[in-house]
Design a protein around this ligand. Sequence first.
Ligand code: NAP
Ligand code: GFB
Length: 396
Amino acid sequence: MAEVIVVTTNTGYPRKCCPALIGSESREAFLDTERVPGNATDRPQVATDCHCSATTCQCHWEDLEQPAQIEKMESDTKAGPVRVLVTGGSGMLGKAIEHVVMNEGLKREGEEWIFLSSKDADLRDLGQTKAVFKKHHPTHVIHLAAKVGGLYEHMRDNLLFLSDNLRINDNVLQTAHDTGVTKVVSCLSSCIFPDKITYPIDETMIHNGLPHDSNFGYSHAKRLIDIQNRGYFEQYGHRYTSVIPTNVFGPHDNFNIDKAHVMSALIGKTYKAKMEGTPVTVCGTGAARRLFTLSWDVGRLIVWVLREYDEIQPIILSVGEEDEISIKDAVEMIAEALDFKGEIKYDTSLSDGQLRKTTSIAKLRRYRPDFTFTPVKEGIKMTCDWFVANYNSARI
Ligand code: NAP
Ligand code: GFB
């Protein structure tokens, strides 16, 4: 199926351009050269008023008076105030975005940031979703809200992960469309990739096979966001996109031993074991491997995506393949960070889940060769310190 590409001319009006015409050239190459292969002149031109079928494409060509530009948040700013609504703003990743926006100077003048929790609106409910959008009139949305949990919570409740997340995502995207939101950045997850796949996994592989059985509900709901984004783009030209973090951890995570993801569950367990003088029990063999990325790094990158990344297709936000570690490595780092000297046991009767889901960050590196990730050991130490300091208010 032909991919439709939107470019913006100096008129500011986005136009669809048929890829049959620009052949195998990528959009970046087109923008670099400011010249579409196949046009009739050597001058930089842009195709307008294209009439494309699957095999043919007729376009009217116009000279570019100034370089083609992809719509950016700056140009939106000129049109009026920017109000960024963050769904799931009270969760780990929402708090990380709040931290980098408010404390690291990423907030720009004239921008308003609104961080929602489920208390502001249950986004499974369309009426409540509409009401909260009506109240805040966002121009941009970072959509993080989701029913979220660790491996064992998914295995217990796959159907609810499917239905809650389907409803939340459809309500948010539909309401964003209805209320004229300029850009939505939604959050997928690396667990949505096919289970039987070649490594490293990249962004093009999402729909190439079934996800791991353990989280089939959540994975299918999240995959559909990518399909919805494509639909909103092809039908309305909306710039709704998505990001794919790998395993995220950090302050404000859910540290509940039964429901949490592995990093926060093991921090909670190890701290409790240290207080009580008991062994720590790790679920499974410890052999599974994961790419752990600190929430603040993901937060910084999501703000960059909101401002600068113009593709509809998702982008993986993660530490590199070389930083993949085993669960056993993670436990040892947690024990060191919490100064836990007791016994570490493994309950091998429990599932290891997906053994690996190694992703490639080649695409991210093309855009952000400069971005430095926090080393996992440093992130674990920071998260353990936060947990100990906030034990009374943390989610346990
Ligand atoms: P989290 O800490 O559990 O936060 C979830 C957020 O969603 C909370 O703000 C929660 O509000 C909100 N929420 C849940 N159900 C809702 C509902 N029905 N209506 C409105 N809001 C609702 O999760 P997180 O780890 O920050 O995850 C954020 C996003 O990142 C999710 O989309 C998740 O799929 C994605 N992600 C996470 C990871 C990871 O390892 N954690 C990895 C990849 C992708 P309350 O605080 O009021 O409950
Ligand atoms: O973070 P996690 O629960 O989920 O990690 P996934 C599961 C891995 O950690 C398995 C091991 O290999 C478990 O055997 N593990 C060891 C533990 N001890 C524990 C423990 O106490 N609790 C937990 N939870 N695991 C998730 C998806 O998959 O990937 C989520 O289910 C999310 O939805 C996330 O998308 C990124 O990494 O297997």
